[in-house]
Every structure is written in C-alpha cells, then in structure tokens.
Design a protein around this ligand. Structure first.
Ligand SMILES: [Zn+2]
Length: 295
C-alpha cells in the first residue's frame, strides 16, 4: 500500500515528506507500457509531485511538474492533488538507453537538457509558475535546484525507482524531501547535512524494508522528528467519457459532421492514464446536435 507522511523536526526548523509509490508507479508502467528508464523517470517525477502537492493548502489545488528535455524520452508531464492522487505520462514511453557509467538506468541521459516547470494551480485566475534549467535530468537534483533558485528554499530531495529489468516490474519506488525553514539554526543545518551524508540511496533503503517513517528517522536522526500527517497515495485520473464528449463538441459543427459522414467510430485514448473511450456514429450524431457552427 502506497502512502505519504509529513513531518517536522528541530522545533519546526525543518519540514519533511516521504513517500512509498511502488504500486502507483507500477500502475503507470503498465498503463503506458513504459521501458525501465521511462518508468524510473516518470516514477521519480510522480513521487516528487505527490510530496510537493502535499505542501499546497486547498483541497482543489493542483501541482503540475513539466519537464521539457531534449533527450529520447521527450517531455514528462505529471499532475498531483494534495490528497495523494497523481497521474502522468512521458512523451516517448518506448525510449531505451544503455546503462550509465555506474551501471544504473540512465535517467539523466533519457531526459536530456531543457527546462523544469512547476505549476501550482490554486483556483485563482493565474496559476503560480516557476521554471528552472534542468541540471542533471536525474530529477532529484533538478527539483533541489528548482527549490533553491525559484523558491529560495534549501532542500534535499531523494528519489528512487528500482525496476526488475527482465520482468520490467517495479520492485521499489519512493522518496523524501527535506526543507530548511528560513529561521533554521546553524547547528540544525550541520546535523542535517551530516545525516544526509550518511544515508543510503532511496532504493537501497526501500529494498532493505524501510518504510517512509524509517527513511525520515534516518534523515532526521537526532533532530526530534514528529510525524504530523499520513495519507494513502494512488494513481488517479479524473478523465471520463463526458469530458471527451465536451471536447468533441468543441471541435465545431463542420468537423463533427465530417466524422459522422465517415461512419467510423471515434476512439480517444487518455494520455494521462491510457484509458480508451469509443464514440459510435450514433453517439457522434448526438455530439453533432450539441455542437455549433464555427464562424
Ligand atoms: Zn485518464
């Protein structure tokens, strides 16, 4: 069962988040038929998005991470709500690359260089948008850099996805984000830095059976961590046939008439979750009646 926790430490000088996301990353892998490197890239981004979305306040608020890299993966788009729901896709789920020099999945090479954009949609007219340059394409470093440069929040981000390459199955996925508040004292900062130097990579901690609570205990050792929240997390898409019907209506009368005249059913695939929706010619006739002539 995937879930996420939130914690504070050192008398609220530190805030922290940790997540296990194996099931939801496996769901995405299957829905999009992702290669191992695409699974790792999307899984790391979804894990980060869940934790950043947990920083939002309103129940309707949405957090989107868009990574526009020039690597073989193409773009990555992930949207999370602040109730543990996340969805996302990569432009080229079939992208494959040889392992990097360390023998790991080459996520950085698959993403390439470009921009990372974080969009906070808080129901106001204009969403809050921050953008930074991709640093390594390994996602965790890029999120750390984003927080430092765009939001001036010193952060440490650990993300990991472990894929069984022969069966392609996701074995482990998760991560943590730790952030220093502006009033953090020197002593707190150096203790945290010392802890971060000593911990294993996320996939190693998860493989050893560590829970999100145990990951944060290691990261925040000696800093009196207090867990303040725990919520289940899952891959959730809000698509539905009505949404796509509305989109078809917006094509306009002439376009819809052409589809009806063709006499073939229309099949639409949701790019976020891979679900397919079919509109028969009779259903398209109903769409035609709702659509308007475009001038
Ligand atoms: Zn969908």
């Amino acid at each position: 069962m995937d879930y996420m926790i939130r914690a504070t430490a050192a008398n609220a000088q530190i805030r922290a988040f940790a997540v296990t996301s194996r099931d939801l990353v496996e769901y995405a892998r299957e829905a999009h038929d992702l290669t191992p490197v695409a699974t790792a890239a999307l899984g790391r981004t979804m894990s980060a998005a869940l934790m950043i979305a947990d920083m939002l306040k309103g129940p309707q608020d949405l957090l989107t991470i868009r990574i526009d890299g020039d690597g073989p993966l193409g773009g990555i788009l992930v949207t999370a709500d602040n109730q543990g729901g996340v969805k996302g896709y990569v432009e080229h789920p079939e992208a494959e690359l040889p392992n990097n020099a360390m023998g790991h999945l080459d996520v950085g090479g698959a993403v390439g260089r470009g921009t990372l954009t974080v969009i906070r949609d808080m129901g106001m007219k204009d969403p809050y948008v921050g953008q930074t340059a991709i640093q390594t394409g390994e996602i965790a470093e890029d999120i750390t850099y984003y927080f430092a440069v765009s939001e001036q929040i010193p952060s440490s981000v650990g993300l990991g996805v472990l894929v069984n390459r022969s069966q392609k199955k996701v074995l482990q996925a998760g991560g943590f984000i730790v952030q220093l508040m502006p009033f953090a004292e020197e002593e707190t900062i150096s203790k945290l830095e010392e802890n971060l130097k000593g911990i294993d990579p996320v996939t190693k901690m998860l493989s050893a059976g560590d829970t999100p609570e145990q990951m944060l205990e290691k990261v925040l050792q000696g800093l009196d961590p207090v867990i303040t929240d725990k919520i289940p997390t899952a891959f959730r898409c809000n698509c539905g046939k009505e949404r796509y019907e509305r989109a078809l209506v917006l094509l306009g009368r002439d376009e819809v008439q052409k589809i009806v005249d063709d006499g073939k059913p229309v099949e639409i695939r949701c790019q976020f979750c891979g679900k397919k929706y079919t509109f028969s010619t009779e259903e398209m006739q109903a769409v035609l009646e709702k659509s308007q002539k475009k001038s």
